[in-house]
Design a binder for this molecule. Structure first.
Ligand SMILES: Nc1ncnc2c1ncn2[C@@H]1O[C@H](COP(=O)(O)OP(=O)(O)OP(=O)(O)O)[C@@H](O)[C@H]1O
Length: 304
């Protein structure tokens, strides 16, 4: 395997842009991911994550700017792909091949595969490699692609929303694999539309919205975006709960009716729960808003 220059970033884009007719999918995106980092690429659906990744992989030609994988320009596909493994958002496999045959085929394309680790990964992801790919669910196809990618020692793993079809147990396994890759010094570029996922897996996060990189931030700063929407239905009106408004982390306390309160909460829920414990609460609901709702609150209307 070609050894990347130690000083080159694993991923670098400069003024990268892609336009599809009237749609500006990616706009003036400049980003640097150093080797060894687990980098999250966070944005709601349609933000431009997959387009950025496809530019990085040389699957699309940029309208503006450039991208590099280590010191290889993204357009020099053969060179760039010696150093990366990729899991697409929507995995297609060869329907008449078994899972194992697909894995062997994929192993021939990438930068080399650790077969012993691959066997271990098959067990951990509870994947039966002897079934034909046409019988796999989308989650199983995703597992094949993940096993193929993690079993390489590629210096860069590019993962495009790789957990969308996995159940929570498998998501945990996925995070363990990311941690193992990071321990080996591999760089991970993980796109996601889930705040919680990047928070758990990544050390730094780029936030993309409507094609633009809004900011690049560390985990501590990312946590400030986290909030819960709380709805409580009361058996009887409780005007004393007006004091919730003064509690730490509470904002936007609303009373749609005298027996229903709604509020936004950031930080630990303890003070709010203690206050509610004194009231006659018939029903309590806590909901995490969608990424687009969170972004709308935090960054306001999009730049377009
Ligand atoms: N081949 C294409 N032709 C036309 N428009 C496209 C094409 N590919 C992407 N787009 C548009 O570019 C924008 C960005 O799409 P992209 O798939 O990159 O977003 P994403 O962040 O990956 O979202 P998702 O999570 O839904 O895949 C969207 O408006 C999408 O409709």
């Amino acid at each position: 395997m070609a050894v990347p220059s130690p000083s080159a970033p694993a991923v670098r884009t400069e003024g990268l842009g892609k336009r599809f007719g009237p749609t500006e999918a990616v706009v003036d995106l400049s980003l640097t991911v150093p080797p060894g980092e687990v980098f999250g690429f966070l944005g709601p659906n349609g933000a431009g994550k997959s387009t950025t990744i496809r530019l990085l992989l040389g699957l699309l030609r940029p309208t503006t700017g450039s991208a590099w994988v280590f010191d290889a320009p993204a357009g020099e596909v053969a060179r760039a792909h010696r150093r990366l493994a990729y899991v697409p958002a929507d995995v297609s496999l060869w329907p008449s091949l078994t899972g194992r045959e697909c894995l062997d085929l994929l192993a021939g394309v990438g930068p080399g595969t650790d077969l012993a680790y691959r066997d271990q990964l098959l067990e951990r992801f509870a994947l039966d490699p002897d079934r034909r790919a046409r019988t796999y669910s989308s989650g199983n196809r995703q597992k094949v692609a993940l096993v193929a990618a993690f079993a390489t020692r590629a210096p860069l793993l590019v993962l495009d929303e790789p957990t969308s079809g996995l159940d929570p147990l498998m998501e945990r396994e996925f995070r363990a694999c990311i941690a193992e890759a990071a321990e080996r010094g591999q760089t991970v570029f993980l796109s996601s539309h889930q705040l919680a996922e990047v928070e758990l897996a990544c050390s730094r996060v780029g936030i993309i919205r409507e094609g633009r990189l809004v900011e690049v931030t560390g985990l501590a700063e990312l946590r400030r975006l986290r909030r819960a929407e709380v709805v409580a239905d009361l058996s009887t009106p409780a005007p004393e709960l007006q004091r919730l408004a003064a509690l730490p982390g509470v904002s936007d306390l609303r009373w749609p009716t005298p027996v229903r309160l709604e509020l936004s909460l950031t930080g630990p829920p303890g003070p709010v729960l203690r206050a509610l414990a004194d009231a006659d609460v018939a029903h309590l609901e806590m909901r995490e808003p969608s990424l687009e709702e969170i972004f709308l609150d935090y960054y306001g209307q999009g730049p377009a």
